[in-house]
Design a protein around this ligand. Structure first.
Ligand code: PEP
Ligand code: MN
Length: 336
């Protein structure tokens, strides 16, 4: 349920409405839009919110038809902007995020970070904790990887995004990361999502490999309902019958999400395709589809990468890709 407040409300009025919502045993979430302030009301007995239409501060009570409430455009009409260090995700600039699949060594990370900064990237990605299909594959450097990411941030002024695999590791990751990645395999790890809701760090929520858009938005809703409004959605491809690509990049999810949700959306063409030759065209297609950013895997020496080498761009291929992303963005009135 959404309470649309009168246009002349003062801060005390908003506080009063929030208090009255809580008195009904419901949760209140305030969104301050350009034109209006709305209060999202959620909870089990949400129909009780209808009674609040009588409050003098409330202009209208609107039921939300979708299962996800705080993620919906009914709650917040304007695009949400998520600030991650120097990167503004969801604004007019398309955000370039890149880095290795996994942090492997100081030299590998620093060389890569320099290439990201030089190409106009603002966010450095790199896994310190890796969700590997096989328990015998490289699992990441752990704490040491986080320390290397922090050093790269200091040296190159980039924001850091890195994955948390479980609740135990979340705090450690969140101490270093500017944005915490929740991977495809964890998209419906509800305990982890709840813990992300309690964090005060932006969350990069990847789409589960077999998740519908509704399931994905409900996963985001867990984080939003926990009180963390900084969620960025990442389309990284879904499982289909096709075998020529690692996954199928569902680019139509971008305009679908733009229609239904105010949350920023980014595209990961690397995990979506699994093949480096396909990354540049699909990154450009991602920007063309209206994504607010791209997340790309790059490596100084892909053939020796400890994970996802086949889908990693070389640093020089990445340097060549960046201006073409800018050109596509400019065709849409945006820029990198
Ligand atoms: C990754 O970003 O390296 C990763 C493991 O991604 P996903 O969760 O999308 O597979
Ligand atoms: Mn990877």
């Amino acid at each position: 349920m959404i309470l649309i407040l009168r246009s002349d409300v003062v801060p005390e009025d908003v506080d009063e409405v929030v208090r009255r919502v809580r008195d009904e045993g419901l949760e209140a979430y305030v969104s301050r839009g350009e034109a209006r302030i709305t209060v999202g009301v959620v909870g089990e007995a949400v129909e009780r919110a209808f009674a609040l239409a009588a409050l003098p501060q409330v202009e209208e009570v609107v039921p939300v038809q979708h299962p996800w409430k705080l993620a919906s455009r009914d709650f917040r009409r304007e695009d949400s902007i998520v600030q991650v260090g120097p990167a503004v995700i969801g604004g007019p600039r398309v955000v370039l995020m890149a880095g290795p699949c996994a942090v492997e060594s100081e030299e590998q990370l620093m060389t890569t970070a320099e290439a990201v900064a030089r190409a106009g990237g603002t966010v450095l990605r790199g896994g310190a904790f890796k969700p590997r299909t096989s328990p015998y594959s490289f699992q990441g450097l752990g704490r040491e990887g986080l320390d290397l990411l922090a050093a790269a941030r200091r040296q190159y002024g980039l924001a850091i995004v890195t994955e948390a695999l479980d609740e135990e590791g979340l705090e450690m990751v969140a101490e270093v990361a500017d944005m915490v990645q929740i991977g495809a395999r964890n998209m419906q790890n509800f305990a982890l999502l709840r813990a992300c809701g309690r964090l005060r760090k932006p969350i990069l929520l990847k789409r589960g490999m077999s998740a519908t858009i509704d399931e994905w938005l409900l996963a985001a809703e867990y984080v939003l309902a926990g009180g963390n409004s900084d969620v960025v959605l990442c389309e990284r491809g879904i499982r289909t019958f096709e075998t020529k690509t690692r996954n199928t990049l569902d680019l139509s999810s971008v305009p679908v999400l733009k229609y239904y949700t105010h949350l920023p959306v980014v595209v990961d063409p690397s995990h979506a395709t699994g093949t480096w030759q396909l990354v540049a065209p699909m990154a450009r297609a991602g920007v063309a589809s209206g994504a607010d950013g791209v997340l790309i895997e790059i490596h100084p020496n892909p053939s020796e990468a400890l994970s996802d080498g086949r889908q990693s761009l070389t640093l020089s291929d990445f340097a060549q890709l960046a201006p073409t992303l800018d050109a596509v963005a400019r065709a849409l009135g945006r820029s990198l």
